[in-house]
Design a protein around this ligand. Structure first.
Ligand SMILES: [Cu+2]
Length: 231
């Protein structure tokens, strides 16, 4: 909501009369809805991407990354929080089914078990720098500035897989279980829509849109069918 208001305010300053909502439906090669696809819109009237106002939490919980896919604006801080009663060793990995897309940020974090560590919801927001420097921390922050994908893995648990997509545009979102993502505040005019999915072998084609104040529905079909994920 804040982003929408900001976009509208900036739009007014730039002489852009309106902004619209784009609802994207992502389907696979067989026409089935695809969840957890990142949808990105580039508008002719660009505004700079703003980092998330607070650290974006990615939990290690029940041997999983929660959420399994996080989409964040460039410049944001990721906060990895171990909520399990055992250690994790989070690291960035390449993305793509062949592991051929290098991560846009490289890191390795040893995160102690949550037991006895400062991981209650309130503690997460206390003095992150101090938490980071303390030895035996169960949470750590990573700032991500470059747009693109970061795979997540754990040295200790090979089955743990996650994804982060860092957006270079302020208009982005990820699809829900029905394959839908709704993006507000896109300036009127020509825009370019694209999608990123962790299973893609190559960049997906860019689609041109004409955005108006009337909500726009944009179907977007992948040229592949993603693997089924364990849930
Ligand atoms: Cu682990």
């Amino acid at each position: 909501m804040k982003k929408t208001l900001l976009t509208l305010a900036l739009g007014a300053l730039l002489g852009v009369a309106q902004a619209g909502t784009v609802q994207v439906l992502v389907t696979d090669k067989d026409g089935k809805p695809v969840a957890d696809a990142v949808v990105l819109i580039d508008a002719a009237n660009k505004i700079a991407v703003q980092p998330a106002a607070a650290p974006v939490v990615i939990a290690q919980e029940g041997l999983r990354f929660v959420p399994v896919l996080s989409e964040v604006p460039a410049g944001s801080t990721l906060r990895f929080v171990n909520r399990d009663a055992y250690d994790h060793h989070v690291r960035s990995t390449p993305s793509g089914p062949l592991g051929n897309t290098p991560a846009v940020k490289n890191f390795e974090l040893r995160l102690d078990a949550a037991e006895g560590a400062a991981t209650s919801p309130n503690d997460e927001y206390k003095s992150p720098a101090a938490t980071r420097k303390r030895s035996g921390a169960s949470s750590a922050d990573v700032k991500v500035d470059s747009a693109g994908a970061i795979g997540l893995g754990c040295h200790i648990h090979a089955s743990m897989r996650g994804q982060v997509y860092v957006s270079g545009t302020p208009w982005f979102g990820k699809t829900d279980a029905n394959g839908l993502a709704s993006i507000d505040g896109v300036p009127d005019g020509v825009a370019e829509l694209t999608v990123w999915h962790p299973d893609q072998l190559q960049d997906q084609p860019v689609q041109r849109l004409q955005v108006t104040a009337t909500p726009l529905k944009a179907p977007l079909q992948l040229n592949f069918t993603p693997r089924r994920r364990r849930s």
